[in-house]
Ligand binder design. Structure first.
Ligand code: 6PG
Length: 263
């Protein structure tokens, strides 16, 4: 893992934005990635101790890819209990896995092919099929249903945020925002950045034990500050609809995403 921030860097940290949940502010993206990675592994070990397995849901996008790579090569992650982990995908584009825009395609290449996670515990969304949402929901219910009641929820969800405030494939003013009786659904139409998507819904995401929002880079600063100021509702800024029920929401920011230009 990278070295902790120097005194100088720490000194330069902007004020911590007041976001709903807990905020972990790091000097740079590298440190933010380490911070979320450490929490992920600790959560994984605790869940394996407590329940025998760990249900992890990962997002696509460019931000978390260095974390996934680091988890494969950095000795600090060698304790990750991959053999007891179930890997889920937060959202998927309606393209084949071989397509460069497939989230699972990228995650498979970086993580699955290089960890000892059993293939039966890897749960891809076959978003190019017409019933992909129904199949994913059935798989989630079946696999999580093996757990004791009350523990049948995702243990760790890693989210990102677009500079328009979307998270997963929950885009501003898009139809999936209103789906409250399903775990997964298609999201299509003019409000959705093409291609069409399948996404986990608010009810599933919000029931997770731990939700990590990894948001780095200057392009995200304006939205982070809108959220901190309480401007806009979840229809306009979908990540505001992430409100864990009985779980924890933790934001991992770097100084670029946390520093509003006026500060
Ligand atoms: C995806 C994501 C999406 C992503 C944000 C941020 O599949 O693209 O699930 O919600 O997290 O768009 O993307 P970046 O990390 O590329 O900024």
């Amino acid at each position: 893992m990278s070295e902790g921030g120097s005194y100088e860097l720490m000194d330069e940290l902007p004020p911590v934005p007041r976001l709903p949940g807990h905020v972990v502010l790091s000097a740079d993206a590298d440190e933010a990635i380490d911070a979320v990675g450490i929490d992920l592994v600790n959560q994984a070990k605790a869940c394996v101790r407590g329940f025998g397995d760990f249900h992890l849901a990962l997002s696509g996008g460019s931000t978390p890819m260095p974390l996934y790579e680091r988890m494969m090569i950095d000795p600090a992650y060698r304790d990750m209990p991959w053999r007891r982990t179930h890997l889920w995908i937060v959202d998927e584009r309606c393209v084949p896995f071989e397509h460069e825009k497939s989230n699972f395609g990228q995650i498979r290449e970086i993580l699955c092919d290089h960890s000892d996670i059993p293939p039966s515990q890897v749960h891809a969304i076959h978003a190019y099929e017409d019933d992909a949402d129904i199949r994913y929901e059935a798989e989630l219910r079946e696999v999580l249903g093996w757990r004791e009641k009350g523990h049948d929820r995702l243990d760790f969800v890693l989210l990102g945020m677009g500079d328009d405030g979307h998270t997963a494939s929950l885009f501003p003013h898009s139809p999936a925002l209103d789906v409250l009786d399903r775990f997964a659904c298609f999201n299509r139409g003019p409000a959705v950045t093409p291609p069409d998507r399948v996404t986990m819904t608010y009810p599933l995401l919000n029931s997770a034990r731990f939700i990590a929002a990894l948001v780095v880079g200057r392009k995200k600063a304006e939205m982070i500050h809108r959220i901190a100021e309480g401007l806009g509702d979840a229809r306009e800024i979908p990540i505001r609809g992430i409100e864990p029920i009985g779980g924890e929401l933790r934001w991992y920011l770097d100084s670029a995403s946390a520093r509003w230009p006026g500060l």
